[in-house]
Design a protein around this ligand. Structure first.
Ligand code: ADP
Ligand code: MG
Length: 464
């Protein structure tokens, strides 16, 4: 089968295979039925013709020879049977012999077939059975020859004088003669086909559900578990999937708790260190020490905040992504009023999306804050492409060296330029943003714009 005719889905393939099988079985069934019918028709025809010939002969042989021709002329012959009373046989030597098939069915040469049981019963209803023909009335000779295309000639010699010549053309067999059979057959095939389509779709549904659940788990960590009912195999798969999801959830929760615990425990020694630093003689060294310790504390605070947020388990809801983007810009403008003019939004007024709005707001705010911090301006463009929101946050600042574009996402990674700045954060902003977006099934990439500045490109699936 050509690849483009072969369906791609499992349901399509299963249904196609079953339908092909159905067609094959139906075709075979039809052939068997037709052959059987043809055979049956042949037997019935042979019996009918045999019976007719027999009664014709019986009537003629009892008549005086001079009245036979007139009697024949008065008879109504059924289609396919011609009879005449002649002085000579129509079958002459050299004519093609009849086929063995005809020979077997009509049993030439032997005595005429005895009436079958049902025939005699049938005749009983119509009157007394015909008297048996005495031996002296039997044909003295029977000659048979084939008469193309499908008929045959029969010459039977009367015991006294003359021949009964017959030309028999059995009607062609009609395997499909009943119209209702055709309708019944079509109806049966349609029923079977729709049953197959319905059944396959029902049976395959859990596979699609499993795929959807795996996809949902990638976007929403707290997606509801799969229903564990249905046939044995699918419920086993669903149970395995749910177990896997809960293990992953527990694993991540354990890690987050560990980070929180470490961060928390580091605070005490840092506080002690700060107290000790106060006693340092060298002013310069003391200032540096205290600033390092402040940086460490800020990092720990950021880590703790991150871990706390992650554990907050915000539910996934429907929200307006366009409004969220505008809010992020508004809040950035409030934080830096002197740059409010430089913050622009380009996109629809409303865009329905599914996700955790507070987390997403944090991701976008981190990216906008970077643009404001390192460039002093930000342009947020929102559009929809292929069922996913595309957000670009562009600035016209210094950008990031190509080799650092990916590394900037690492935790606590800060580039040289910003290390010494007063504005510096802790280097977790991009890490958190990417983390949140990936948890929604999306991602963020950084790119330097050809005209200068950095562009953060976000893709975010709209529906969970
Ligand atoms: N828009 C930008 N323009 C230039 N550099 C950027 C921009 N955004 C991020 N960076 C660089 O990437 C680093 C990592 O960013 P981030 O994770 O937000 O940490 P932070 O802002 O706390 O320093 C920043 O220190 C900065 O050097
Ligand atoms: Mg930042």
């Amino acid at each position: 089968m050509k690849p483009h005719l072969w369906p791609r889905s499992l349901a399509g393939r299963t249904a196609a295979l079953l339908l092909l099988g159905l067609m094959l079985v139906q075709g075979l069934g039809l052939t068997i039925h037709a052959l059987d019918r043809v055979e049956l028709q042949g037997i019935v025809q042979a019996r009918e013709i045999g019976g007719r010939t027999f009664s014709l002969w019986r009537n003629l042989v009892l008549l005086p020879p001079e009245r036979r021709a007139a009697f024949l002329a008065d008879l109504d012959m059924p289609p396919g049977l011609l009879a005449s009373y002649d002085p000579i046989p129509v079958v002459i030597p050299g004519m093609p012999p009849v086929s063995p098939e005809v020979e077997r069915r009509f049993r030439f040469g032997g005595p005429p077939p005895p009436p079958a049981e049902h025939e005699s019963r049938f005749q009983l209803d119509n009157g007394p059975p015909p008297p048996p023909i005495p031996n002296r009335f039997r044909p003295r000779e029977i000659l048979a020859a084939a008469a193309p295309p499908s008929g045959f000639l029969l010459s039977m010699r009367f015991p006294d004088v003359g021949w009964l010549n017959l030309r028999i053309d059995p009607p062609a067999p009609r395997p499909w003669h009943s119209e209702s059979f055709l309708y019944a057959f079509i109806a049966m095939s349609l029923c079977a086909a729709s049953l197959i389509l319905w059944g396959v779709r029902r049976l395959i549904r859990p596979v699609a559900q499993l795929a959807a659940a795996a996809d949902a788990l990638g976007r929403d960590f707290n997606a509801p578990p799969l229903p564990e009912d249905g046939p044995e195999e699918t419920s086993t798969a669903a149970r395995a999937f749910n177990t896997m999801a809960s293990r992953i959830r527990r694993f991540v929760e354990d890690r987050t708790q560990m980070i929180a615990a470490i961060g928390h425990d580091l605070r005490t020694p840092i506080t002690r260190l700060r107290l000790r630093a106060e006693f340092m003689e060298d002013d310069d060294q003391r200032r540096k020490m205290l600033s390092d310790l402040a940086e460490m504390e800020a990092m720990i605070d950021a880590t703790l905040a991150f871990a706390r947020d992650d554990a907050a388990k915000e539910p996934s809801v429907a929200f307006d992504l366009a409004a969220l983007c505008q809010t992020v810009l508004d809040e950035a403008a409030d934080a830096a009023p002197e740059q409010a003019e430089q913050l622009t939004y380009d996109g629809p007024d409303r865009l329905r999306a599914q996700g955790r709005p507070a987390a997403l707001k944090r991701a976008l705010a981190n990216l906008v804050a970077n643009a404001v911090k390192y460039a002093g301006d930000a342009k947020l463009c929102l559009s929809v492409d292929n069922g996913a929101a595309q957000i670009r946050i562009e600035d016209s600042g210094p950008g990031i060296p190509e080799s650092e574009l990916e590394r900037a996402f690492q935790p606590f990674r800060r580039l040289e330029g910003s290390r010494n700045r007063e504005t510096g954060g802790t280097g977790l902003g991009l890490t958190i943003a990417r983390n949140i977006l990936r948890a929604h099934g999306g991602d963020v990439q950084l790119r330097n714009r050809p005209e200068g500045g950095l562009s953060a490109r976000i893709s975010l699936p709209l529906a969970t």
